[in-house]
Design a protein around this ligand. Structure first.
Ligand SMILES: [Zn+2]
Length: 317
């Protein structure tokens, strides 16, 4: 039986249960955090993470994938504490979250050297802990697939080939990066069924989404509540259209929620929360999205497929 690495070690895929495939307990800049710690409130961050973990548990969630990578303050010990305190399975990633920038230490290393770094973590654990990643993260966003981004994708692909672990590729559907990302990963020999193209649900363009699905990848409809990228109504219509076309076995639902995020000063953050993304939370799916999808025709089997069976198949691949 395939197993999946969690903060508490490997578990049988059958134990994953109801799974949120893409959420974050903490998203901050790790350099700013190290240099200017007075900007951060550890206690508040801990309480926010704990509160969200407990809230999703109350909805029956058993597993949460936290695909933070370098540059997002991935912190295995922090995630492990949240998991231990709440009895949630928390699944972590190796890899790099960059839209282009690489520091000298990575700029001056090639694809194979980067892949070796990821493989080291997959084999030995993250940040000196015994917690191993279950997937490899890479990203392309507005700047497109720049040479640095391509290098990270090729490194992720080679680490996946060496370890047999799946890849999550953050994408930017507005510029259709997913297709280029899949081209590079498959050119490296990765089986497309190992790859999840995250944030595909940020577009309502079904032609693009079907082109992407034709490559054989999984797609993340994983930013419910982030109305700044696409409002909920359009996300719902897209999800229902894809279900109707028979893609339930290739889709994931999630929110990409961050219990703490430092991208804006506190007052701007409060404004955005109140005005731009009022629904964004770690429980929005359960409070509104899923009940409404059911009313509009989604079956229980389709929901189970997306939130229980697909996580097993992708993470256990
Ligand atoms: Zn994310």
């Amino acid at each position: 039986m395939p197993t999946v690495e969690t903060t508490r070690g490997p578990i049988d895929v059958e134990e994953l249960g109801l799974t949120l495939i893409h959420e974050h307990f903490r998203t901050t800049d790790e350099a700013a955090r190290f240099q200017f710690p007075h900007l951060y409130d550890e206690r508040a961050e801990w309480e926010a993470a704990l509160s969200d973990a407990n809230a999703v548990k109350a909805y029956g969630v058993e597993t949460l994938v936290e695909p933070s990578a370098m540059f997002l303050t991935r912190d295995a010990a922090f995630s492990q504490r949240v998991a231990d305190e709440t009895n949630l399975n928390v699944v972590l990633a190796t890899g790099l979250y960059t839209y282009d920038h690489l520091p000298q230490v990575l700029l001056n290393r090639d694809e194979d050297a980067l892949a070796a770094i990821f493989v080291h973590e997959l084999e030995h654990g993250i940040q000196g802990t015994e917690v191993k990643p279950a997937l490899i993260k890479c990203a392309a966003d507005q700047p497109g697939v720049t040479p640095n981004v391509e290098k990270v994708h090729r490194a992720a692909a080679r680490a996946s080939q060496a370890s047999g672990k799946p890849i999550m590729a953050h994408s930017h559907p507005a510029s259709e990066t997913g297709l280029e990302q899949m081209r590079i990963l498959t050119e490296e020999g990765v089986d497309p069924s190992m790859v999840q193209v995250a944030h595909t649900g940020d577009t309502a363009d079904l032609d693009y989404i079907e082109k992407l699905l034709d490559t054989g990848c999984w797609i993340g409809l994983d930013r419910y509540g982030l109305d700044i990228f696409l409002p909920t109504e359009k996300r719902q219509a897209t999800t229902l259209a894809l279900l109707e076309r028979g893609y339930a076995d290739r889709m994931f639902l999630s929110q990409d929620y961050c219990s703490t995020i430092d991208w804006f000063p506190a007052e701007v953050q409060d404004y955005l929360k109140a005005n731009e993304v009022p629904d964004w939370s770690m429980t929005f799916l359960f409070e509104k999205v899923i009940p409404e999808l059911k009313e509009r025709g989604m079956t229980d089997d389709q929901l189970d497929q997306m939130m229980v069976h697909n996580p097993k198949r992708w993470l256990g691949s």
